[in-house]
Design a protein around this ligand. Sequence first.
Ligand code: NDP
Length: 252
Amino acid sequence: MSDFTGTTAVVTGGAQGIGRAIADRLAADGADVIIGDLRDPGDLGDRQRYVELDVRSESSANAFAGACGDGIGVLVNNAGIMFEASIAEQTTEQWDMAMAVNLRGPWLMTKALLSRLSKRSGAVVNIGSIEGIGSNPLHTAYSASKGGVHGLTAAMAVDLGPMGIRCNAVAPGWIDTALNKAYIERLDTRDVALAELAMLHPVGHVGDPADVAATVAFLASEDARFVSGQVIVVDGARTVKLSLPPILSPQR
Ligand code: NDP
């Protein structure tokens, strides 16, 4: 456990999924957490409050920042969207939307909250993706935006370090959220899909939102005071496992 007593933390996209797990973890560790999201999740804990936010919009980001007040210790840029489309089918509006939420969003939120972030002990954690390192099919916009988040993290660490603000990113692999469950549940071969997914991961299973939240808590904490500009992969070793043809794999 980290100790965030007396710290105010902002989590974008914190109404559900990974963002909610981060908001719950930081609150459990003593932080007062402000959840910014398109819609009110409703069922918040004592240390959590909701403020409406659309990370695509500068006026929304600035209004949100005003509602947060000063002395923000931790900013977690988590809000993100994903869609599947070939380059031929994809519209420029879809591309722009992915960039506006996934890449410009973290930049805009950091800009809006900059004057309110604690100097000497502020921490920004961006949620990237293993798809900022590799890619799944039909994910050009998503992968490009997440690769951009990793680059943005390095640039923010360099620019904000002199102000005492550290910036890191977490790159999750397959995390069991509503978003991913929908992929599996629509299949007739659900059990086969789950077994094959587990086989992709040397640890033998997919990730839980709490696994990402634990890494965010470390990066946001004083234990990580000399860690900045890094992308921490949380994927059960999926991306370091080299592929073999199934017939040659000892773990078939
Ligand atoms: P979810 O779709 O479950 O949650 C995302 C949240 O962000 C939702 O509450 C959503 O609101 C909100 N949101 C979307 N657009 C905006 C916006 N413009 N302004 C404010 N809030 C917004 O996703 P996950 O929890 O699965 O993903 C969270 C992050 O983790 C994303 O950045 C994603 O790319 C990343 N990630 C997820 C992985 C996974 O396996 N799940 C793997 C790697 C990275 P609403 O529902 O109303 O749209």
